[in-house]
Design a binder for this molecule. Structure first.
Ligand code: LLP
Length: 416
């Protein structure tokens, strides 16, 4: 089922025409489909049904409480990278026993809180983190379950900013040094070595890099076993790509089959940290055309969403489809750069798009569910957009549009 689709000339989310959503909640506005979110999660979960596994949704992709709550209700675990994300998961009813904690720079109080609530595993990325975690766990009288995030040095063949498993990246511990650090970890009194973790990058559209990384992780598991360190789980990270334009990423089932080729009948529980593949194509950004502006060089559609709402085009030159909510054959087609009101030349949502539009029309920027709202900011003192969840023919406001007063909440004048 396509959850975002035209019904006649009108683009809708599930059974909700998007012009009705805009009329009710205003623009710009993120719109998510509950069915898409849940289908994507289930597809992942089903793909690994033949072996012990846990899908730990990567909260950074979209951390709205309502979405986290829906995933928690399906039985999802969560991959977090900050205490903020941990508290969101807890507030959304997530099970701390299904939380893995990644990130290169975990602070004292973050480790402490995660130990207190009893998370599933710390994915340790930095050697000194082992000692810090061991000390805090000792103070709290706990044993901290850990895996080391190893950097397998494989090329994920993706955008350099979102490639994380190369030797020169800041992430993880070089796989060749891992045995040493595992031995150090195993000797620390308040740590329990439970797994190996790796994450090689994001928006990966073929299976080969995942297989290469897994092979290296399996080799390490064997070496650890020989050294007397038993591993219970392999956390293979996230990174599975989605279709933005004409990519043909593996489905979760194909991805799982590729991993299975390498895993064979090894006994490990498999943890996965998908973000984009769950939520990316479960959301779009709804925006209204404010002005059409013809210049000697270009024709611009100036819309009410901007790089502060959706940073991916500006930051990565990412391509996301842009469609008119109301198809209008009477308006001539023209080629537009779709840009926001922010004072930066990099503030665009799409370039050279063929559209039939006029001022006042609504546009949908597709595939915006992941790294959309979660990377938004208040740049240019723009309140962040509302977020709406469509569920069949119902809509729910899952985050209110920010108010102007919220923009300077917590700021203080200097008196005198
Ligand atoms: N696990 C770890 C340790 C990660 O660093 C990430 C993403 C994930 C899981 C989830 O990866 P996914 O399944 O979503 O690919 N802002 C960029 C993407 C940055 C990804 C950062 N790490 C973008 O908009 O393309």
């Amino acid at each position: 089922m396509k959850v975002f689709h035209y019904q006649g000339a009108l683009f809708q989310a599930e059974n909700q025409p998007l012009n009705a959503v805009a009329a009710r909640y205003g623009t710009p506005c993120y719109v998510y489909s509950r069915a898409a979110l849940e289908n994507h999660w289930r597809a992942y979960d089903d793909a690994f049904a033949d072996r012990p596994h846990l899908i730990c949704y990567a909260v950074k992709a979209n951390s709205n409480l309502a979405l986290l709550n829906l995933l928690a209700r399906l039985g999802s675990g969560f991959d977090i990278v900050s205490v903020g994300e941990l508290e969101r998961v807890l507030a959304a009813g997530g099970d701390p026993g299904k939380v893995v904690f990644s990130g290169v720079g975990k602070r004292e109080e973050e480790l402490r809180r995660a130990l207190e609530v009893g998370i599933r595993c710390f994915n340790v990325e930095t050697p000194d983190e082992l000692n810090r975690l061991d000390r805090i766990a000792g103070e709290l009288g706990r044993k901290a379950p850990i895996s080391l995030r190893v950097n397998p040095d494989v090329d994920a063949q993706t955008h350099p900013y979102i490639s994380t498993g190369l030797r020169e990246n800041k992430f993880g511990i070089a796989i060749d040094d891992a045995l040493d650090f595992y031995q150090k970890a195993a000797a620390l009194p308040n740590l329990a070595v439970t797994g190996i973790d790796c994450h090689i990058g994001s928006q990966i559209t073929n299976t080969a890099p995942f297989q290469d990384a897994l092979q290296r992780v399996l080799n390490l598991a064997q070496r650890l076993e020989q050294a007397g360190i038993a591993i219970k789980h392999l956390d293979l990270g996230g990174g599975l790509g989605i279709r933005y334009r004409d990519e043909t990423p593996p489905t979760p089932a194909e991805y799982a089959a590729a991993l299975r080729e390498k895993l064979g009948d090894t006994p490990y529980e498999i943890l996965l940290e998908p973000g984009r593949a769950i939520v990316g194509n479960a959301g779009l950004l709804l925006t209204r055309v404010e002005y059409i502006k013809d210049t000697p060089a270009k024709r611009f559609a100036i819309v009410d969403a901007a790089m502060n709402d959706l940073l991916r085009p500006a930051l990565y030159n990412a391509w996301q489809d842009i469609v008119a909510v109301q198809q209008d054959d009477a308006t001539p087609e023209a080629v537009y750069d779709v840009v926001g009101p922010v004072c930066e030349t990099g503030d665009f949502l799409g370039k050279e798009r063929k559209l039939r539009i006029k001022p006042g029309d609504l546009l949908a920027v597709c595939s915006a569910g992941a790294y959309g709202f979660s990377m938004s900011s208040n740049y240019n003192s723009r309140p962040r957009p509302a977020e709406v969840l469509v569920d069949g023919d119902k809509t729910h406001l899952i985050r209110e549009r920010e108010t102007l007063a919220q923009l300077w909440q917590g700021e203080h004048l200097v008196l005198g």
